[in-house]
Write a protein that binds this ligand. Structure first.
Ligand SMILES: Nc1ncnc2c1ncn2[C@@H]1O[C@H](COP(=O)(O)OP(=O)(O)O)[C@@H](O)[C@H]1O
Ligand SMILES: [Mg+2]
Length: 278
């Protein structure tokens, strides 16, 4: 089945023929994808398959080797840092590397982006904003705590509150449940859904946690060898016919990986191409 080519207006975030190489190694291979406004799109795939690299392109933290990225119909991958700083105020992001500042209180962490972008300088307005965002994540009252005195799950919730401080149109989550126990993970999943409802935000979630993917995803996309190999809702993914998808969602090691491990190799080639999935 021939796919219609993806146009910049087809979604709030669009990639067209997005390709990224590092030192000649292809990480993203010609990815065209339109992310729909108001929905939660989940990107799954094994560790190292390029999920984080893909997400960084959505906010132009990485620049493509080839191809283009559009936000609200306008190209962003070629903008200078000053223009990008403006655009990034419309994004909230909860990345693995964007931890809380340990030397700042919860209150200071959450007001950091607001102060940085000079959006809100009035103390009363800041107090109100912090209270409202903390209430959304169930943490009102923790304003004066330091991150060191919080649990892993509480820190994640504060990071979420900070991500939504400027009422973003897009929220990007990179592995929001990694490192959390199952119950705490589920609280984060509930929050991802709640923030989508209450903020009317579009969410993109990168994860290798299938429970989380099923719970939050309106649409789930699987990356493999730099390409999209599966794209559909939870039922579609659960029933996907291909071994590689089934092995991944059930956490099984594939024959190709096992063979490579037995040989002591570090690389393996897969036996199929993305066209098998069309
Ligand atoms: N700045 C970089 N320089 C070189 N290689 C990179 C860089 N960032 C990521 N990579 C490589 O790109 C691949 C995909 O990484 P990543 O997107 O972080 O995977 P994951 O799916 O686990 O998030 C990995 O092989 C990683 O080593
Ligand atoms: Mg990653």
């Amino acid at each position: 089945m021939a796919r219609k080519s993806v146009q910049p207006q087809d979604g709030i975030l669009v990639t067209r023929h997005l390709t990224k190489q590092y030192n000649g190694g292809v990480v993203l291979d010609n990815i065209s994808l339109a992310i729909e406004e108001g929905k939660t799109t989940v990107i799954i795939g094994p560790s190292g398959c390029g999920k984080t690299v893909f997400m960084k392109h959505l906010i132009a933290l990485e620049r493509p080797t080839a191809g283009k990225v559009f936000f609200q119909g306008k190209r962003i991958d070629d903008l200078d840092e000053q223009r990008l700083a403006e655009i990034r105020t419309k994004y909230g992001f909860c990345f693995q590397m964007s931890a809380l500042f340990d030397s700042l209180t919860v209150y200071e962490n959450i007001t950091f982006p607001a102060r940085q972008h000079y959006r809100i300088t009035d103390d009363k307005a800041l107090d109100k904003m912090v209270k409202q965002k903390l209430a959304l994540v169930g943490m009102d009252g923790f304003q004066n705590y330091y991150p060191a005195s919080l649990s892993g799950g509480q820190k994640k919730r504060i990071a979420l509150a900070r991500a939504i401080a400027l009422n973003p149109e897009i929220i990007l989550y990179d592995e929001p449940t990694t490192g959390l126990d199952p119950i705490t993970s589920d609280v984060i999943n509930e929050l991802v859904n709640k923030l989508k409802e209450e903020m009317n935000a579009t969410s993109v979630v990168v994860t290798h946690d299938m429970k989380s993917a099923y719970k939050v995803g309106d649409r789930i996309i699987m990356l493999h060898n730099g390409r999209i190999i599966a794209d559909g809702d939870a039922d579609y993914i659960r029933n996907h016919p291909h071994d590689v998808v089934q092995q991944f969602i059930h956490g099984r090691v594939g024959e190709a990986e096992l063979a490579a491990l037995r040989l002591g190799g570090t690389r393996f080639e897969t036996q199929f191409t993305p066209k098998d999935f069309r």
